[in-house]
Design a binder for this molecule. Structure first.
Ligand SMILES: Cc1cc2nc3c(=O)[nH]c(=O)nc-3n(C[C@H](O)[C@H](O)[C@H](O)COP(=O)(O)OP(=O)(O)OC[C@H]3O[C@@H](n4cnc5c(N)ncnc54)[C@H](O)[C@@H]3O)c2cc1C
Length: 306
């Protein structure tokens, strides 16, 4: 057996959840690009996460948590190391906070869409802005996802975290540093779960707002093609999409990757785009927008791999 085969066998034995080897990332990323991932692990409990991370650290193998892959571009060379998916950590429970609020406790793999459905069903207000954001709780917290005037930080009360060097800990919101599309955490820290604070609201009002947001998204976003949401952050509040449109870049295409004709801040995969083509368009936009407007666009999407 080669050293690599021994390593894989050990990993397989360590995991009670699923583990995939040499897994193509384009099967997972919402934009449908990315090369081979050495290993993709699906732990099902906190203990399994701790065991897996200890094993990888002892062997100096790189790892990174992933959620629903909707803000991720994996390069065509793939990822050397282990991606740890939280998709099988799906616990969810509700309780009263004692001061009239409702606490919703969730594990990181729960999708925002499940929470939005729950809030409509149970008449809970606070989550409506998440309608149509296709991420998981873990990814949304890491990215401080936001839309329509709301951000995840507005409803987070407590986080359950796993720091590879310190172990599990609970962090109250006031000890956390959220900013525009970011929570300041080391990349290897794993968000295990969260408690969100919501309020009772008016059932019709909540459902109406959710439907309104979903309709707005269908109208503005190129949801007919695979994509990774907004590619760039809005510099100093100026919509990046507007700057891209003003620089005359909408509709530009290389291979199957295209700057959306519908919304300048989306790059779409019109069939078999590669990460290389997407990254080419990202670099082109950054250069042209800077030349045309003086704004240096930073990516909102996370780019990983080689
Ligand atoms: C059609 C579409 C519309 C979108 N609209 C919006 C929008 O309106 N607003 C918005 O903010 N975003 C939007 N997005 C982007 C994306 O959905 C959000 O950023 C989402 O929160 C990412 O969640 P995810 O689970 O997919 O994260 P992933 O893409 O899997 O990961 C994103 C980052 O989070 C990290 N991460 C993931 N899970 C964990 C975890 N458990 N612990 C620690 N780190 C973790 C990853 O390492 C990575 O750095 C949109 C995307 C699409 C495709």
């Amino acid at each position: 057996m080669s050293a690599d085969e021994v390593f894989r066998e050990e990993l397989r034995k360590l995991m009670s959840g699923e583990i995939l080897f040499d897994e193509p990332a384009d099967r997972h990323t919402s934009i449908g690009v990315g090369g081979r991932i050495d290993a993709l692990a699906f732990p099902e409990s906190e203990e399994e996460i701790a065991r897996l991370v200890a094993f990888l650290r002892a062997r100096q193998v790189s790892f990174l948590p992933v959620g629903n892959w909707t803000n991720l571009i994996v390069r065509d060379g793939g990822y050397r190391g282990v991606l740890i998916s939280l998709a099988r950590m799906r616990g969810l429970s509700m309780g009263e906070s004692g001061d009239g609020g409702i606490l919703v406790k969730v594990e990181a793999g729960v999708l925002l869409s499940e929470l939005v459905n729950l809030s409509v069903r149970e008449s809970l207000t606070g989550m409506e802005f998440c309608a149509g954001i296709p991420g998981s709780v873990g990814g949304a917290i890491r990215m401080n996802a936001g839309a329509y005037g709301g951000e995840i930080k507005d409803i987070v009360a407590v986080l359950r975290l796993f720091d590879p060097s310190e172990g599990f800990r609970t962090a109250n919101k006031d000890t956390l540093s959220f900013s525009y599309r970011n929570l300041d955490l080391p990349f290897e820290t794993i968000i295990i779960g969260a408690v969100f604070r919501m309020r009772w609201g008016d059932a019709e009002g909540i459902a109406g707002r959710v439907l309104e947001i979903l309709a707005g998204r269908r109208e503005k976003h190129p949801l007919e093609f695979r994509n990774a949401g907004s590619v760039f952050k809005n510099p100093r509040g100026i919509p990046a999409g507007r700057l891209i449109e003003e620089a005359g870049l909408k509709g530009i295409r290389t291979g199957d990757a295209q700057i959306s004709e519908k919304h300048g801040n989306f790059i779409v995969n019109r069939g078999h785009a590669t990460a290389g083509e997407i990254l080419f368009l990202i670099a082109l936009v950054q250069q042209r927008v800077f030349e045309a407007t003086g704004h240096a666009l930073e990516t909102e999407v996370r780019i990983i791999g080689e």
